[in-house]
Design a protein around this ligand. Sequence first.
Ligand SMILES: [Mn+2]
Length: 423
Amino acid sequence: MKKDNDLNKELLEYENLEKQLEVVLIQKHQLQLQLNEIKHAMDELKKTHGEVYRSTGSIMVKSNREEADKDLKDRKELIEMRLAGLAKSEEKMRTTVVEAQKSLQQRMKVLPEDFKKFLKNNSGKKFAVACHSKPDVDAVASAFAISRLFPGSVIVTPDEMNKGATLLCEKLNIKTQLIKKITRASFDGLIVTDVSNYTLLPEAREWHVVAVFDHHQAEGRDMKADNYFVDSGSPSTAELIATLLENKFDSDVAFALCCAIIADGARFKSARVNTFATLARLMEIAGGSYSEMLGYAEPEFDSDVKIAVLKAMQRVKFVYSAGYVVATSEVGMSESDSASLISEAADVAFVANWKDAEKETRISARARKNVIVPLHEVMAAVAKEVGGAGGGHAKAAGASLKCHSDVALAKCVEVFVRKAEGI
Ligand SMILES: [Mn+2]
């Protein structure tokens, strides 16, 4: 347990370093915007033949071309100097972050031994292996792989799976049950995959959680467990589990894990060397083709989903602020698919779904690669301000908020812009 605390401390320190780097990147982004404005003004000045005004504070004063030109050049020089300074600190900080990452990875290497110990200590036991709410391919494939290690175990979900997960379960004959329908006394405890907070699996509060396998960021992690196998640097829980299992799985488990790695990596946007190596190794055992796996990772949308996504697109509102195109929309279902597709065009998309029964708004947030502000932080901050819970990943995050969708969306944009401006 003490070691877990040490590791958690190092993880938090690492995340802190990442935050500091992020502040520098935000400052750079701001200065770059100012520089673009000055360059634009210089171009305009070259073209104009009429009178020239210069703004100081909130007033405009009459000026002449030479004075205005000199003023712009001075400002440009100053900003370029500050940018050069920031570039230097960025380089330094990147080195520190990479070193911290290496040291953390070194610590993570302890995991296989811990995992073996965990298997040994629990051999012969029967567990319920649980996924998060609306289980996706990563959650189900991870639960499937873990359940196979403990014969007699069952896979449980709090609610209905998404389409990819449903198709995968049909193909591999994976049986799942609702967590509410099983009796706790028949099992030696709960193992949780692809989640480590109670918001996305409230039922876990009633259970003794033996282990958590997850790859989400530390923010909002509140699940109490005997063992944590958590790597926030892993693009999927499946990749983490495949690495721990080495080669101890059959072709069905390998196939499921392949689909999960392809699904969660969003077409390898967040892939690392280990992702490709693991996928190649798994594919050989699974024996399926990549395009077949892609069919489970990214299944064709049902017509009602297509309609929902198009409605979300019709309702898009957007602002251009702090150098980013920020889009918002509202929809009655499929908010995460909508957010993904809207963010193909915008830099950031927040899509809301008001759940009348729960009296809360579900938000799905997606960002493009160029966005520096981590969305899981935006979601956590918004939840703190309006009530609810939020978290996830830097480019894909979500929240359940205790307010109406219009208030929720306005807050998302406000917090995002505030963070992008470094305020
Ligand atoms: Mn996942």
